[in-house]
Design a binder for this molecule. Sequence first.
Ligand SMILES: Nc1ncnc2c1ncn2[C@@H]1O[C@H](COP(=O)(O)OP(=O)(O)O)[C@@H](O)[C@H]1O
Ligand SMILES: [Mg+2]
Length: 379
Amino acid sequence: MRKKRLRVGVIFGGRSSEHDVSLASARSVMSVLDPERYDVVPVGITRDGRWLVSGDPMKQLKTGQVEGGKSPLFLASPGRVAETGLVPEPTSPVSDVFGSIDVMFPVLHGPNGEDGTIQGLLELASIPYIGAGVLASAVGMDKVLMKAVFQQHNLPVPNHLVFRASDIDRNDHVECVVEESIGFPCFVKPANMGSSVGISKAHNRAELWPALREAMRFDRKVLVEEFVDGGEYECSVLGNDDPVASVVGEIIPCNEFYDYRAKYIDAGTKLVIPADLPNEISENIRELSVKAFLAIDCSGMARVDFLVRRATGDVLISEINTIPGFTSISMYPKLWEASGLSYTDLIDRLIELALERHAEKERCWRESQSQTSSDGGVL
Ligand SMILES: Nc1ncnc2c1ncn2[C@@H]1O[C@H](COP(=O)(O)OP(=O)(O)O)[C@@H](O)[C@H]1O
Ligand SMILES: [Mg+2]
């Protein structure tokens, strides 16, 4: 007998400056989902947050000719609503689509997608989904909290300072503090962003203020980080409680640093896979990748990025990305390909991991229900 095909929802677009990157990633993912085994349900999110599930959401987002769209609050499935308390629109075709999905793949980058918000919605709707849960997504998105968690686990990160917009507006000593404890050049970044949006390299005091202002356009929390003079390396992680690390890749940006243009616009950035590194350093990077993944309690997948000081060979964790770029030429799947796992097999594995993680959560939920009902309603 033929096995029932899994209905896989792929969510893309979204209210993020990485909207277009998400479309590119989602197109690649959808193109490799085997139609014999999976029914793909495309779910587009407009730049203003409306969810599109009928027609061809990818085409609508690409052309900007959007028909209708719904608030996600109306997307909970009627079947699941009793458990979740979300109120669907009873006759909406949207809730029918959403309710029938077996597993969701949020292919969204940046705030409102990679940061735990969509993951929270999927938790409430009791839909299995690929990748990190609410907590790991939120911590992985916020560079300040991410670094604090890494430091708590004795994982090496670059020296940095954190400012809030209100500190910057009030405090005219910010430049002195940066000069004394970080020095120049330094990197200035919004805490919650991706794709290098809002990031500048301040070469001197005169460039610091404009860099802070630029970062503050995107977040009320800003990091100032020491410039690490060296190479940039990335490692892919896959798994739930026993994650494994891929081979290591190197990024050689075509610009002064790996800025938005070097990532997506200007040709010339090189990916070297596997990276040309002494074995000891690559092994260190692979070990640190798994530790970083576990430190934030991640699930499914993540790409961990590193800076390696040229002068000393010290390896520092730059960041963890819980929804890495997913086009067929992106580093995350490329590193797995070089480690012996094809793009198609990678997606199959991510689906399995999502279903495993969901089954585990459901089991815990059932246990907690039977425990509270056997307590006989003490409260
Ligand atoms: N401390 C640093 N030293 C050297 N280069 C850095 C540093 N921080 C960031 N960069 C450069 O800026 C890029 C983007 O920074 P990153 O923290 O990875 O932000 P994003 O989340 O936007 O990718 C990095 O890939 C690297 O090229
Ligand atoms: Mg980065």
